[in-house]
Design a protein around this ligand. Sequence first.
Ligand code: UD1
Ligand code: UDP
Length: 352
Amino acid sequence: MKIAFVVGARPQFIKLAPFCQRKELLRNTIIIHTGQHFDKEMSDLFFNELNIPEPNYYLGINSGNHGEQTGKMLIALESMITKELPDFIIVFGDTNTTLAGALVGSKLHIPVIHIEAGLRSFNKKMPEEINRIVADHISDYLFVPTKTALNNLKKENLSSKSYLTGDIMVDSLKMVIKKVRRLETYSKYSLTKNNYYLLTLHRPYNVDNPLNLIKILTELNKLGDKILFPVHPRTLKVIEDNSISIPPNIVLVKPVGYFDFINLLSNCKKIITDSGGVQKEAYILEKICITLRSETEWIETVESGWNLLVNPYTNEDYHEKIKKFLPPFNHPPIFGDDVTNKMVEIINNIEG
Ligand code: UD1
Ligand code: UDP
C-alpha cells in the first residue's frame, strides 16, 4: 500500500508525526510538503524534533492570494501524483494545502482520506470553512475527531463515508509529553510556573488590520501579568510593517518548537489564542483557554466550561472576564484515544 501525505502548514506537521512512528507505514509512503509554511521555526524545526522523514517533494509554494496559492499547488501536485500513483492521499485539517491535496486526488480518482473532517464554524468568511467543506465533500474517507463533527457530517449526508476515530493530536501530544515534562522552557524567558499568560494570534480578522491587533494587545496588557507571545509570521509582518509598539507586559518571541510550546502551555496560568489546535491541546492538558473569536469548531471545549469564547470586537474590558474565568470540576473526554491505531486499522481494512 502506497500512501501520499500532503502537508504544508505547521499544524499539519504535528498531525503527521504520529504516523511517522509506524515504520511499516513508512516503507511505502511519500511525503509532499507544499511549502505553505517555510520559515525554519514553522517547518524544519517540526520535522527535526518530531522525527518526520525529509519530504520526498518540496513544492516551495508560499506566496500569493488564495487562488494563486491553491492554483499553483494544484498544478504541482497533479504532476507529482500522476507520477507516483499512490493508493491513498491523506490530507489534514483545513488549509489551502488540504484543499489542493483533496482536489487533485479526487480528480485523479485516487482515494482521499481527510483527517479532522466534519469541523464547522458556520462562518464562511473564514477561508478554512470553505476548505473543509469542499475537502469533506470530495474526499472518499472522513476521519472524524468528535461527535459534534460527526453530527455535522450527518446533516450534510456524508455519514456513510465517516469514521469516528478521535483526534490525531491526542497522539501527537502523547508522543512528546514525557520529554516535555522534563523541560522548563518558561525559565528561558525569566517566567515562573503558573505566573504568566501564553498568547497566540494568527486569524486574519484579528491580525491583518493593525488597528484590531493594537486593540487586542492593549486590552491584554491590562491583565497585569507577563504575557508570552510566540508570534506567527503573519502577525509579525503586520507588527513590523506598521511599526506597532508592543505593550510592556507582552513578551514577543519567535514561534517556538512543539516541545517548548507544549511545555509553555502546560505551565502557563491561562492560554489566550485564536488557534484551532491550541484550543484542543489546552483542553487535553486541562488548561484554561480563552479563545478570541466569536465562534469555534471545537464547541465541546466551550460546553464543558474549559474554553471561554470572547469576541474582541463586541466586548469591552474583557481582560476582567479573562481574569475571572475559572475551570470547572469535570473534565470529560472529548477527543478519544489510541487514534493512530484506529486510523491505520481502518486504512488496512479498506485496502484488504
Ligand atoms: C495558514 C492556514 C490556517 C492555519 C494556519 C496555521 C490557510 C488559508 N490558512 O494560515 O488555516 O490555521 O496556516 O498556522 O491555509 N509566512 C511566513 N513564513 C512562514 C509561513 C507564513 O512568512 O513560515 C507568511 C506568508 O508568506 C504569508 C503569511 O505568513 O504572508 C500567511 O501565511 P499563510 O500560509 O497564507 O496563512 P496562515 O495565516 O499561516
Ligand atoms: N505551536 C508551536 N509553536 C508555537 C505556536 C504553536 O509548536 O509557537 C503548535 C501548537 O502546539 C499546535 C499548533 O502549533 O499544535 C497550532 O498551529 P497554529 O495555531 O499555527 O494552527 P491552527 O491549529 O490554528 O490551524
